[in-house]
Design a protein around this ligand. Structure first.
Ligand SMILES: [Zn+2]
Length: 253
């Protein structure tokens, strides 16, 4: 592009949020400098990644080791029929690159484990979880609290979705809220496809708010959306003083 053309293109692209209170040019710069790791590129990851890219988040990490399956297409809108059997990170990166070519996308075609979590997460300012199991959330929680990196969790099941923001070292953390181990139900989780669209969008909004330091984060509370009744509700979990991750007693001892 000729001199000034790229700036004009960027100003036009983000115009609607540049005029938004709390964003402006300074906020847009902050978004451009932010590094966000999205773990999972499925039903939740699809809207999260799309909206982070739409907003101009400068560096977006994508973690997934899965391949696109026909049963994914009912909700995972980053992946299309032509992507069947492809690595989800490749499929996601291709769409995002075509959608907003001015950003940096880093693919991590791996499964997040206790062993690699800290090394992976430490390269980013913020983690947004788009996973479907507690084991992954506990791994993310542990690594984020050790590193002092904020993370956002979203969960979905049938007609119910929830979102929470964790801001280490402040508790309660994920471990405080969901300490009681539950058995993962056998078989696939029944799900209305648009629900992860709604919950993932809220996660993306919370991420953008954190980057911009605006608004009130959903922290210290869990936002619950019941799609069946069309109601939002929230509950306030208490911090476990003996929590091995964020517990005051543990830290002080
Ligand atoms: Zn805790």
């Amino acid at each position: 592009m000729v001199d000034g053309a790229f700036e004009r293109f960027q100003n036009d692209r983000y115009f609607r949020q540049l005029i938004l209170p709390g964003v402006g040019e300074d906020g847009q710069r902050r978004l451009g400098q932010a590094k966000v790791l999205v773990i999972g590129t499925g039903g939740l990851g699809s809207p999260i990644l799309y909206y982070l890219a739409a907003a101009g988040v400068g560096t977006i990490g994508i973690v997934d080791n899965d391949h696109v399956d026909i049963t994914n297409l009912q909700r995972q809108i980053l992946h299309w029929e032509k992507d069947l059997s492809r690595l989800k990170t490749e499929s996601a990166r291709e769409k995002l690159q075509a959608f907003n070519s001015t950003l940096r996308y880093l693919s991590h075609a791996t499964r997040l484990t206790e062993e690699n979590a800290e090394a992976l997460i430490s390269e980013y300012d913020l983690v947004i979880a788009a996973v479907d199991n507690r084991e992954a959330r506990r791994t993310i929680n542990k690594a984020c609290y050790r590193l002092g990196i904020p993370w956002i969790d979203g969960g979905i099941r049938e007609y119910i979705g929830s979102v929470t923001v964790f801001l280490p070292p402040k508790g309660p953390c994920y471990e405080c809220i969901y300490r009681t181990p539950t058995l993962r139900p056998k078989g696939p989780i029944p799900l209305l496809g648009a629900l992860p669209g709604a919950i993932g969008s809220i996660e993306a909004i919370e991420g953008i708010k954190l980057i911009l330091s605006i608004g009130i984060p959903i922290t210290g509370r869990v936002l619950v959306y019941d799609a069946w009744t069309g109601r939002f509700d929230e509950f306030v979990p208490s911090q476990d003083p003996n929590c091995p991750i964020c517990g005051i007693k543990v830290k002080g001892s």
